[in-house]
Design a protein around this ligand. Sequence first.
Ligand code: NAP
Length: 249
Amino acid sequence: MITRHDNLFVITGGSRGIGAEVARIAARDYPVVILYKEDTTAAQRLIADIRTAGGQAWAIAADVGDEAALCGAFAQIEQIGSIAVLVNNAGITGGMSRVENVQGEVIMDVLRTNVMGAFIAAREAVRRMSTKRGGAGGAIINVSSGASVLGAPNTWTHYAASKGALDTLTIGLSKEVAQEGIRVNAVRPGVIDTDLHHLRSQASLENIVKAIPVGRMGTTQEVANAIVWLASPAASYVNGCLMDVSGGL
Ligand code: NAP
């Protein structure tokens, strides 16, 4: 007989970086489903690691910027069980550009992945979690960025703007579904040591680090711990919060 799980912890962009770390930590307490775009090797390695450590995990390839593919992934998740937590983590920067040079296609690509993807995933999760629709409630955590406040001038204002939209989604949705058993929060990481910064030179990274009050980049664990806490019953009265995990930046 196939066991259905009633407390799935779903993470978009879970194959690498912050999302993979969230999966590793969450897997101590929940069965975990990661969605990823293309790095099947990284996704399968993570699933194997979690299973070796005694956890339960599944990986589904789905581009969050493709509504049909994302809905297909939620249909597959339904076969595994019911969602307790959604982490909208998948995100891209679109590369570096001043606003005077940015291309429309880049803006659309970033908005499609970072904003539309999060909206559609949240919609699919709410449809399944809302107590108004017979669900058991749950938590949604959006992975925004400190860039939404700082604006990321000369680098990726297009990306920062997409994270501003994610902050607003967090505030609006948190109020919309608060009485349907769903808490919605965001974390806003500062500069975290992942592949996202592969385009930056060592010198530019060192300059950025100088501006961080605690004097260093953050780790994926430091962000993941905040996300898993926001998902937990320990955060039962935290709703609509935009939590900076940025070393004070
Ligand atoms: P990362 O190391 O580049 O990992 C990105 C993850 O997102 C990968 O798992 C990737 O999957 C997935 N992904 C990208 N586009 C996708 C799509 N269209 N559909 C599904 N999955 C997709 O990035 P990260 O640094 O961990 O960033 C994770 C989140 O934190 C992002 O939202 C980012 O904006 C935010 N953030 C990061 C920092 C930072 O300093 N690193 C700071 C603030 C906010 P594949 O492996 O298949 O490509």
